[in-house]
Design a binder for this molecule. Structure first.
Ligand code: ZN
Ligand code: CU
Length: 483
């Protein structure tokens, strides 16, 4: 009689796509505690026994997906089960993007876009130490990697946001940034497009990016301009990264507004060239529309705009701004003024640009989902299955190994998330089992909160978190630092 090897979990019969981009192979995976204990061909794993045994026959087994671009700072505390993410196979979220982080700041009436994270009562963490402790106490279902928002630092340190930060203000921001990085944040984000941060000079950002560099962190940016002046913004991004000596990630890369449709050829050529000398990455979501706060200054009649949320008019959520304006007998701008504070979906991207950017090998996947909107952009619930189903399987933009790499190994490497994003012995047991034939996003602009199909099992740090499409009660997310 042969001896058996005991594990907590054994996943057998699946096709392993390990996150590195390597071809899928039939391999079994065993877990002990929160780590992957063994990976072996089925014939070498016949003596494995798990307390829990998962049959992954006819399924793909992959590392849990890493959502590199989120605004889940408050969501991981307020809705720790994180159904929108776990149901897609996401096991790690990077929070604090676009210059917006929940910490370190208290006692503010959050100006847009900080209000994307919630109202005054949500901003209650004076230090990153406090925020990290709150996440650890809450133990959300997903792992959390934290960026410090430059916009948050500015709101906390500056009297007049319409100015370049003074030397003294840069000192204050730099001090808070350094302390946040020491407390476990992995880097800094900017949102130079937004009114909280527009006035910041490149030098102001470089000064802070140097603090990130000293801590070995990463810099992500929602650039100053994603429309007519996108190349100037790309240049600024490269200059910042070079002068500060920091790796940079261009957030939700797109060519915004009809005049710029088709320009992704130009922007990707710029990025490709920049990557010769600069550590530069990028992320994108698989939709031809963006979403953020509604700002009357951004409204025009060339693109469709849909309201996602409105404080004074909650019933406007899910309706087109043009229809509301017609009903109120107002022009678009005046209607937008009436609706604010509000959020909106802007149909400002060309599908072919988006596909070209998605297919570009260095592009990672980030949902940019906005979890507090009443009628959110469907990317919140659909991003990852949409890439794997619609764009990979149905349209053949890339093979499955590449698709998985864009949402696992590549982001782990880019953000320095040690032992994540790959399936190998010793790595954290963040895993997803899905049906490559059935995986499909169901969330639409009209019905944005529909759960995707085809995700069978999700494990976070060895804990079963989704089974046959249903959330499990145990939550095992950790705060994830840079190695
Ligand atoms: Zn952004
Ligand atoms: Cu964002």
């Amino acid at each position: 009689m042969t001896e058996t090897r005991k594990f907590d979990v054994v996943i057998s019969g699946g096709r392993l796509i390990d996150g590195t981009g390597a071809p899928g192979r039939n391999m079994d995976v065993a877990i002990s505690g929160d780590r992957i204990a063994a990976v072996a061909a089925p014939e070498d794993a016949s003596d494995w026994r798990g307390n829990l045994n998962i049959d992954a026959s006819d399924r793909v087994l992959a590392p849990g997906f890493i959502d590199v671009h989120t605004h889940d700072d408050n969501a991981v505390l307020a809705t720790p089960a994180m159904p929108a993410k776990i149901s897609q196979g996401v096991t790690t979220v990077v929070v604090g993007n676009c210059g917006i982080s929940l910490a370190p700041i208290t006692d503010i009436d959050p100006p847009p876009p900080l209000n994307l994270l919630g109202g005054r009562d949500r901003f209650r963490f004076d230090t990153m130490v406090d925020y990290v402790a709150a996440v650890e106490d809450t133990r959300p279902a997903v792992n959390v990697a934290i960026l410090v928002g430059h916009g948050t630092l500015r709101v906390g340190a500056m009297d007049d946001l319409n100015q370049v930060a003074s030397e003294a203000e840069i000192q204050v921001m730099g001090g808070k940034l350094a302390a946040s990085l020491a407390a476990g944040a992995i880097g800094m984000s900017t949102g130079l497009y937004y009114k909280t941060s527009k006035a910041a000079s490149t030098d102001e950002v470089i000064a802070l990016a140097k603090v990130v560099s000293a801590a070995g962190g990463v810099y992500t940016t929602h650039m100053r301009d994603e429309a007519d002046h996108i190349i100037t913004s790309l240049r600024e991004t490269q200059t910042t990264a070079d002068k500060a000596g920091v790796p940079v990630v261009i957030s939700h890369h797109k060519c915004s507004q009809p005049d710029n449709w088709g320009r992704s050829e130009e922007t990707l050529a710029f990025i490709e060239n920049a990557r010769q000398s600069t550590t530069m990455g990028l992320d994108a979501y698989p939709y031809a529309a963006g979403s953020t706060v509604l700002d009357p200054d951004w409204v025009n009649d060339r693109i469709r705009i849909m309201i996602t949320t409105s404080e004074p008019y909650p019933e406007a959520s899910g309706r087109d701004l043009a229809d509301i304006a017609a009903e109120w007998d107002l022009d678009l701008k005046a209607a937008a003024v009436k609706l604010t504070p509000a959020g909106a979906i802007y149909f400002q991207i060309d599908e072919m640009d988006m596909q070209r950017i998605l297919a570009y090998p260095p592009t990672m996947i980030g949902s940019d989902g906005l979890p507090h909107d009443k009628h959110p952009h469907p990317r919140l619930w659909g991003t990852f299955p949409r890439v794997l189903g619609h764009y990979c399987r149905d349209l053949g933009l890339f093979d499955l190994e590449t698709a998985v790499h864009k949402m696992t190994g590549l982001p782990a490497e880019t953000f320095g998330l040690k032992d994540r994003g790959v399936v190998r012995e010793g790595a954290h047991a963040d895993l997803v089992v899905f049906d490559a034939d059935k995986i499909r996003d169901l969330a639409t602009y009209e019905q944005p909160m529909r759960q995707s199909l085809g995700i069978d099992y999700v494990l976070v740090n060895g804990t079963l978190s989704l089974t046959l499409g249903n959330l499990c009660p145990d939550r095992a997310g950790q705060v994830v630092g840079r190695h």
